[in-house]
Design a protein around this ligand. Structure first.
Ligand code: NAD
Length: 523
């Protein structure tokens, strides 16, 4: 019977999606290679953890310095392999990672050091308690291609500073950017076995999942995420799942049409619409609907498409033709069911096989595929709604719950609506930038995932919390130990009365009864 690995491609080919140029061919890691990488990571992890938090923070500072020096080179490597405009690579990838390093350098000490646990219960006052945050050991990271640097790097930095070793399986479409990350980390002082990259397709990821890692952080699509969750459940492997989205944008009747339409256009077409946080559904109050849709269409028609290396390019290619076909099928379905194409709606073969024109659709309905399935491409579907309640109902009517945005001039009203939306993040008067706020947790609800990356909660995912309890009076037997009897029962009742009875008299009588416990005979 053929195993996953026998049927896997032996080589992966990294291709520039704008030009079709082959950038490099790489050997796929087989099961044995993945297992050996995890074994080396395990062997190296103890020394990395023993290095101590302060020293690991210093290594992060080194990494940050090296990344800053090579910022343009790294951005160019990203643009070559994914196609996004160079300035987007700088801002949404390099800057995000520089700032994630800043957050960890400034906060890891405070967030990871031992923390005292004061005891409120009288009976446990003779003990001191501590929370100790220990690394899991070896963390496996499986990442997608759309943000090939910022996603694995932000997760890796948090894992490493907490004392873990990391084995990263990047997307088969973007292995070269992952190798750039490895070079930077190694140059900064992370031992080679503490951060390793294993390249390959799905089977290499599956091999990582089967290997004896201690936790897996997965970012990718819902179907793969479900497969991973099922396999992880077999061995109770803890996982973080950062999955897809279908983020709604709610434009209320008092919104600034010019600002909100620019946001919709950027939110739908940044990275050619291939962002988990892309604006994928737009619900606009009927009073603004036509003017908003028209403004979106006009702005979309001004976008310049092309190779991301050209400074004037606003929107680059999609990652591969397969992704273009999904977009095309969603747009065709919408058109066939009555949607109006206000801009785009076609491929751009004169630019290359991976180019699809940024598309604005009006008169879409909630049951169309474009409003239900993740499109992950440059399409902005706009639909009218009649009031705030309807907008919230439509926003929540989705299997996804990654992020959402509300657009209004009234902040209080925006906040009220934001609290009613089922999502991991809701922004009032902005889109997507939450991913770049290093303090903010990133992650979804419903099918959009489990767990968080980034910020304090992202760091929490990289440690096990151990509760350390130390008795202050080691020579004393605990009053609740064996040697029970009727008087002990009465003493304990008294003890409960002393602590929890409402009336002062009952409490005092309880205290007198409980006092007898001090002379109790115990085993
Ligand atoms: P994908 O699920 O196809 O692949 C993601 C990764 O999983 C790749 O490295 C792939 O090789 C690997 N993989 C595939 N099959 C596997 C298996 N059986 N076992 C283990 N690993 C396997 O996703 P993609 O196309 O690379 O990325 C796009 C998706 O990722 C979109 O749905 C997008 O919304 C989502 N995404 C989510 C976030 C987030 O933070 N929530 C961020 C970026 C992308």
């Amino acid at each position: 019977m053929a195993t996953d690995l026998q049927i896997a491609a032996l080589k992966i080919v990294s291709v520039n999606p704008a030009t079709g140029e082959v950038l490099r061919e790489l050997e796929c890691a087989g099961e044995g290679v993945v297992e050996a990488a995890v074994a080396r990571a395990r062997a190296a992890q103890a020394a990395w953890a023993e290095l101590g938090l302060r020293r690991r923070i210093e290594v992060l500072r080194e990494f940050q310095g090296k990344l800053y020096e090579k910022k343009s080179e790294i951005a160019a490597a990203i643009t070559r392999e994914v196609g996004k405009p160079l300035v987007e690579a700088l801002v949404t990838e390099v800057l995000v990672v520089l700032d994630a390093a800043r957050f960890l350098i400034d906060n890891a000490w405070g967030l990871l050091r031992d923390e005292p646990v004061p005891h409120g219960n009288l009976v446990t006052k003779l003990k001191s308690g501590w929370l100790v945050r220990e690394p899991h050991g070896v963390i496996g990271i499986i990442s997608p291609w759309n943000y090939p640097f910022s996603i694995p790097a932000t997760e890796t930095l948090a894992a490493l500073v907490a004392g873990n070793a990391v084995v990263l399986k990047p997307s088969e479409l973007t292995p070269l950017v992952a190798l750039e990350l490895a070079s930077l980390l190694h140059a900064a002082g992370v031992p080679r076995d503490v951060f390793q990259v294993v390249v390959g397709e799905g089977p290499a990821g599956a091999a990582l999942l089967r290997s004896p890692i201690d936790k897996l952080v997965f970012t990718g699509s819902v179907p793969t995420g479900k497969r991973i969750a099922a396999a992880a459940a077999e061995r109770l492997l803890p996982v973080v799942l950062e999955l897809g989205g279908k983020d709604p944008m709610l434009v209320l009747d008092d919104a600034d049409v010019d600002v909100a339409s620019s946001a919709a256009v950027w939110g739908a077409f940044v990275n050619a619409g291939q962002a988990c946080l892309s604006v994928e559904r737009c619900y606009v109050h009927r009073s603004l609907y036509e003017s908003f849709a028209r403004a979106c269409a006009e702005k979309t028609k001004q976008l310049r498409m092309g190779n991301g290396m050209d400074s004037y390019t606003d929107v680059g290619p999609m990652i591969q033709e397969r992704q273009v076909r999904i977009v095309e099928s969603h747009v065709e379905d919408a058109k066939a069911r009555g949607a109006r194409v206000l801009a785009g709606g076609t491929r751009l073969p004169e630019l290359g096989v991976n180019f699809y024109a940024p598309t604005v659709l009006a008169d879409v309905t909630q049951d169309m595929r474009i409003m239900r399935e993740e499109t992950f491409g440059p399409v902005l579907p706009v639909m009218a709604c009649d009031n705030d309640d309807e907008a919230v109902r439509l926003a929540n009517d989705s299997e996804y719950g990654l992020a959402a945005s509300v657009w209004t001039r009234d902040r209080k009203r925006g906040e009220r609506l934001a609290r009613r939306i089922h999502a991991g993040t809701v922004m009032v008067n902005d889109v997507i930038s939450c991913f770049g706020i290093s303090e903010a947790p990133h992650g979804g609800v419903k099918a959009s995932g489990v767990g968080r990356t980034h910020g304090r909660f992202g760091l929490d995912e990289m440690v096990r919390v151990k509760y350390l309890d130390m008795d202050r009076v080691p020579g004393m037997k605990k009053v609740w130990w064996h040697g029970y009897g009727e008087s002990f029962r009465r003493q304990m009742e008294g003890f409960l009365d002393m602590q929890f009875a409402r009336g002062l008299g009952t409490r005092m009588r309880g205290a007198l009864r409980a006092a007898g416990v001090l002379n109790r005979k115990q085993l």
